[in-house]
Design a protein around this ligand. Sequence first.
Ligand SMILES: Cc1ncc(COP(=O)(O)O)c(C=O)c1O
Length: 270
Amino acid sequence: MVRRPALTPLVAALPPTVPFVGPEAQERDRGGRPFRARIGANESSFGPAPSVMAAMRAAAPDMWMYCDPDNFDLKTAIAGHLGVAYHNVVVGEGIDGLLNLVVRMMISPGQPVVTSLGAYPTFNFHVAGFGGRLVAVPYENDHENLDGLLAAVKRENAPLVYLSNPDNPMGTWWEASDIRRFADALPETTMLIIDEAYGELGPDSALFPIDVSRPNVIWMRTFSKAYGLAGIRCGYAVGEEGFIRDVEKVRNHYGVNRMALVAGEAALAD
Ligand SMILES: Cc1ncc(COP(=O)(O)O)c(C=O)c1O
């Protein structure tokens, strides 16, 4: 038996599996036979707008440099786009990267985290990675069960609850008025993550208006889906200034590269 330095008990106990088996790995498993279409990861089949492609091409020669670690230009553009302040926005390596940070900020080993049974598995992966205890509420009529999620939050005294709207994998959504009722009913000790990866693809009436005066809600959006930039790894979270400043304390400051920052800005402008 080879001896090697010990992992933390938390990491040593993690399962070897990861939720994101990419199409590349699946193609290798089938002897290198390529799929005819990449539909498993909900990438846009169109890619980004031509203006975004042009901006990325123009940025390519500068890719050897570190990015602006403040992500100033993109954060300013997002803030302007959403009508919030600069300090209400944090940029990250896609929603996946931001989910990791928020779970890290909120969850100590053994603490309960509420989500839907069968909901976005990468969130669950991060919860497991920080030792959280997942409490999964079954869907009802192909929708996330808002009453069930609320009851689970209260029963478990959970510090964190996850809701994707519109939802993946169901493709269903709740209207903003329903989300508002849900958010209003949450204990103020529970942080609600609203994952709006598909926010631009559902009806506007499903977008729970961003209200940065709510200290226990964080909205997450991405350039991966509607903007056709999944590979660029760029998303953002919006919320109350104090919480966003706390996210700044733990994020990877050079994690979003120059091309991603430029592409995000160009995508918003398009
Ligand atoms: C619900 C949901 N959230 C987040 C993501 C990932 O977003 P990003 O590419 O910004 O990490 C996906 C991607 O499939 C998703 O389905």
